[in-house]
Write a protein that binds this ligand. Sequence first.
Ligand code: GRF
Length: 203
Amino acid sequence: PGIVVLISGSGTNLQALIDAVKDGRIPGCIRAVISNRPGVAGLDRAARAGIHHEVINHRDHGDREAFDAALMTGIDAHAPDLVVLAGFMRVLTPDFVGHYAGRLINIHPSLLPAYRGLHTHERALKDGVEGHGCSVHFVNTELDGGPVIIQARVPVLRDDTPDILAARVQQQEHRVYPQVVRWFCQGRLTLADGQVRLDEKTL
Ligand code: GRF
């Protein structure tokens, strides 16, 4: 299966996916990496791996609809089976989400439905929660509200800062995201009537 990865930044999740394709854990191919921001480290990671990469800058487009239309054209040029949001920091229009229904996934740094949106680590620390983590979910029109595929939990420790907690969560992100993409590429993971289905039988 073909994969397109959308990024906005450092691309450590992208790197985890690149590594998993390389060592055979993901039986698929990353056909392109697209960033809405120029000059980000994730683009260098794609370049180093020899993966086609491009910038589709939201600032070059008048509004959200125009940007999303350009993004769809850019993505569809690679005819992907799966579109992976990996630190892609743009809210997507219903048209976009509908176009990729069932083949668009995101990773979010919280145990959804807790802490949708931004600054999840700061908010979790402020609330004094004992556990925090990350979620991988299919994307629907509700922001960070799509059906959850997998979550990983980490403890929140007494001296945690947002950065320390974020690093602990990211270790888990780099473990679970390749796992989910592996399932999808194996044909085991689907979205049916808005419900996640993971077929345990097939290998
Ligand atoms: C990750 O923490 C992800 O959960 C969030 O943005 C961050 C992206 O990091 N949505 P990276 O670009 O993959 O390093």
